[in-house]
Design a protein around this ligand. Sequence first.
Ligand SMILES: Cc1cc2nc3c(=O)[nH]c(=O)nc-3n(C[C@H](O)[C@H](O)[C@H](O)COP(=O)(O)OP(=O)(O)OC[C@H]3O[C@@H](n4cnc5c(N)ncnc54)[C@H](O)[C@@H]3O)c2cc1C
Length: 399
Amino acid sequence: MNKKIAIVGGGIGGLIVAYRLSSEGNKVTVYEKEKQLGGLIDDFKIEGQYLEKFYHHIFKTDTDIIKLINDLGLDNKLKWYKSSVSLFYDNKFYPFNGSIDLLKFKGLDLISKLRLGVVYLWLKFDKKWQKYQKITAIEWMKKRAGAKAYKVIWEPLIKGKFHHYSDKISMAWLWARIHTRGGSRNEKGEEVLGYLDGGFGQITRELVKKISDFGGEIVLNKEINDKEMLNFENKYDFIIDTRPINEIKYLGAITVVFSSKQNLSDYYWHNINDLKSPFIAFIQHTNLVDKSKYRNKHIYYLGAYVPQDHKYFKSDDKKIQQEFFDYLVKIKPEFNKTEISEIKVFRSLFAQHIVNVEYQVPKYIINKKILRLNFAQIYPQDRGVNFAVKEANKIISNI
Ligand SMILES: Cc1cc2nc3c(=O)[nH]c(=O)nc-3n(C[C@H](O)[C@H](O)[C@H](O)COP(=O)(O)OP(=O)(O)OC[C@H]3O[C@@H](n4cnc5c(N)ncnc54)[C@H](O)[C@@H]3O)c2cc1C
């Protein structure tokens, strides 16, 4: 091969491409604007252990990332844990792990529950996602699951995540969320989720090792703009551009991550079905992974997706913490801030592409030198590390 290749962006997608292309004998340079690599799987240390800034797990069906984990020699660290999901509605947490929990749920009448059950099954088995592209998730759900089930279950999730974009979100996006979930089960039929002992940041570190073993170069703190891209066209045979795409609208994400002696819940994942909440997900990470890995402290994430012009991108960390904790204490009155030992706030401006009814997958080939790799090309499935591997493999086939 022996081509000179620049990779702009050192998230998992860019690093996989860099690893594969350098292993084939190309001279690869990765340019990353931040002072560390990893993008959305970037990590930090809490209670002496690496942890993702944004909560992560994988599914048994994520076979491409599992294969990469094996290739990188991290397979002994991949552990599967029983998941547990809860829904906060009308001042109460309800278990929400399957059909029995749905039947017991107090927030809906029997007819609505049955309709909702049929809708889940329908979307799970229907493979023809194309027919959902041009219809909004709100319209489809209201019609099929009924107004009550929409109001109680789906409205808080769709509006809580997409804010003023929610009216146009395509049903294809929601189809994919429901359709792809479900295959990750153990022999007892319970949902299991995968987590890398020591965190997914190890994928980044292992990729970096491989890239340098193959003679690749990594340049940190280097933001590449369009002018620089023109220079790159003279300097390199190929450029893989993983930067956010101008024509695409993205949501940002915020997490408040903390460790505490307090055990606040029996569940791992909590959907907060209340539009007054500043966060949509409350995650007790140590109900998936044992707390012994974190000096016996519990690890929590409070997570929100917000528009890029949201005040959280300008407010200081303390204000965000306060706002999130004021709500947390309403839903978990036993929560005591003074028990927290470590706390951090993380922000990402480009966290989720907005898939509306007019969505067009951004093109891969920009010109004969520039190829594009961005999670916004993943459609209708939601972005994820598994798809980052798939997309990276697609790009390589063009070189
Ligand atoms: C809250 C949250 C939770 C998630 N949970 C999961 C999960 O549980 N499971 C899962 O599989 N996936 C999850 N994901 C998705 C997953 O993290 C992403 O799909 C994946 O990490 C995207 O990788 P990427 O390389 O495509 O993009 P990114 O990680 O965005 O990487 C792009 C890189 O390019 C750099 N860059 C941007 N502009 C420039 C520039 N001008 N010059 C140089 N560098 C630049 C950025 O700094 C970044 O490092 C989650 C995402 C979020 C936000």
